[in-house]
Design a protein around this ligand. Structure first.
Ligand code: GN1
Ligand code: MG
Length: 364
């Protein structure tokens, strides 16, 4: 591991570092908050190149969509009295967008959105509404950015057919025993869900759904809420902004936001999908997004939610069977537990299908 103070210093034009501490709960990259002796604190990140093989392209995308978004915000600002602030790239001492250490480690810094916080779960309907508003605002601001201007920085991301192929491969040489009842349960869920798991990609192949710029990871704890007003002020964690289907984003936001126990409860048995929160999130999202949503987009909203819960369970379970090569884990059962949570959520989503479809119809 690099001397973190020396790394942080690369992003401070002159002067010294006061403190560096680890920050957030990311499953892939390492994140720190740096407080310089003078000036504003900022976010410093080490990008995991096992997951993101070409991190320079992430920074290229970051510049492209940030410039677009800032120009759009000037033309078409958020409602009066609202604050909306996106993290911005902080250059190195030599003016570059990132710094590579002697071991090839990739580091970059972005501004800290002050006076706001992320939350691992939704507290109430007002919070849910703001979470939906944040995703809707982000989508609105990038909806007219040509997706071909963004690189595909993470091949196969959100593509369920690819995750299934990988799962089948991993099952050929599992790193864990497959006989335990929890493991067997996950395998049965996957065997059933693979019948419909490709529904979004099939719709895209038929031309029913179109590729747009997406955030890629708008789970509830990537949305910053103002400490005083309770309003959403930012959508952070911008490494996966790239071409995709907005259904990945809406599905990810709903599956994370409408699960009151969050992604990491100790006991998955109480996990459920809360339709009142779904109504509140979509109630915040749709007014911002209706200007660019097509009739087919609405048709696939329920599928987006169902697919994302399945996709996350499948990815966590595959990583468990593969020996924890992708997500950070605290112990050997962590990924299995995460998968069980998502599969419990999936069952709850399916049991509420009629209500969820009715909510979408009402809000359309
Ligand atoms: C990963 O590292 P983090 O928490 O930002 C993952 C997302 C998952 C999420 C689940 C690039 O995001 O797809 O939804 O974990 N990111 C990547 O918490 O795989
Ligand atoms: Mg992320």
């Amino acid at each position: 591991m690099q001397d973190i103070i020396a790394v942080a210093r690369q992003f401070i034009p002159d002067g010294e570092v006061a403190t560096v501490r680890e920050y957030g709960s990311g499953n892939i990259n390492n994140t720190f908050v740096v407080t310089p002796a003078q000036g504003a604190r900022f976010i410093l990140q080490w990008i995991n190149q096992r997951v993101f093989p070409e991190p320079a392209l992430i920074m290229h995308n970051f510049r492209t969509f940030s410039e677009h978004l800032q120009a759009r915000l000037r033309q078409d600002p958020v409602a009066p009295g609202r604050r909306w602030e996106m993290p911005a790239i902080l250059p190195t001492r030599s003016g570059a967008d990132y710094w590579v250490d002697v071991d090839g480690g990739f580091w970059r810094a972005v501004t800290f959105v002050e006076g706001a916080q992320t939350h691992p779960f939704i507290r109430d309907a007002a919070h849910a509404h703001e979470v939906g508003y944040a995703l809707g605002t982000f989508h609105r601001l990038i909806s007219d950015l040509d997706p071909t201007r963004l690189y595909d920085t993470l091949k196969g991301f959100h593509l369920v057919p690819m995750y299934l192929l990988h799962y089948d491969e991993v099952l050929q040489s599992p790193k864990v025993a497959l006989t335990a009842p929890d493991v067997q349960h996950c395998m049965r869920v996957i065997a059933r869900a693979r019948q419909w798991g490709a529904v979004l990609e099939e719709a895209r192949a038929r031309g029913a759904l179109q590729v747009r710029p997406v955030h890629g990871d708008p789970k509830v704890d990537n949305i910053m809420i103002d400490n005083v007003t309770g309003q959403a002020v930012s959508l952070i964690d911008l490494d996966t902004v790239k071409p995709g289907l907005i259904h990945y984003d809406i599905g990810d936001c709903l599956r994370s936001g409408c699960n009151p126990l969050g992604e990491e409860p100790d006991d998955p048995s109480g996990v459920r999908f809360e339709t009142a929160l779904c109504r509140a999130i979509l109630g915040g999202y749709l007014p911002e997004a209706k200007c660019f949503l097509t009739p087919a987009d609405y048709e696939y909203l329920y599928d987006g939610l169902r697919v994302l819960a399945f996709e996350m369970g499948l990815r966590f379970f595959t990583d468990y069977v593969e020996g924890d090569v992708y997500f950070k884990v605290r112990d050997a059962r962590h990924n299995l537990l995460r998968a069980l949570v998502q599969f419990k959520l999936l069952a709850s989503i399916e049991s509420h299908e009629a209500d969820i479809r009715a909510i979408i119809r009402d809000l359309r």
